[in-house]
Design a protein around this ligand. Structure first.
Ligand SMILES: [Zn+2]
Length: 139
């Protein structure tokens, strides 16, 4: 009986992981299917290099984009490495060799983000999840 309970608990945990992964993929798909995200350049238009370097401005833009669904919640699983000249998915600025890049693989899509951008993005993504678990009027 107890092994049945343990197996059930494992299956439940595995299912929760799959649901979380599915949600990430749905969020990425939504972004990829939304041409306005790229064309209007939510990040390009609003985040000059100076603004991207300002953590307060960056946080406000990330918060708004998460709320408006033009940025998906930050994935939890990342790989760190030296920047290789790729563009940050959050601020759209280049990640230079002097900076650390966070690599994220979501299904067929690989993305990169600066370390500070990812950190704020992750914090704001968690904040959104906490908010939905708590009373909505707390916002
Ligand atoms: Zn960035």
């Amino acid at each position: 009986m107890s092994s049945l309970v343990a197996r059930s608990r494992d299956a439940s945990r595995e299912t929760r992981k799959l649901i979380e992964r599915s949600r990430e993929l749905i969020a990425v798909s939504r972004r990829l299917l939304n041409p306005a995200w790229r064309v209007s350049g939510a990040s390009d238009a609003e985040l000059s290099p100076a603004a991207a370097a300002d953590p307060v401005a960056l946080r406000l833009v990330i918060r708004r984009r998460l709320r408006e669904d033009t940025l998906f919640p930050a994935p939890c699983r990342i790989w760190l490495g030296a920047g290789q000249g790729r563009f940050c998915v959050v601020c759209a600025q280049e990640i230079s060799a002097r900076e650390i890049e966070n690599e994220m693989i979501l299904g067929p899509v690989t993305m990169w983000a600066h370390l500070p951008c990812y950190t704020i993005w992750r914090e704001e993504s968690s904040r959104g999840q906490e908010k939905t678990l708590r009373r909505p009027q707390e916002a």
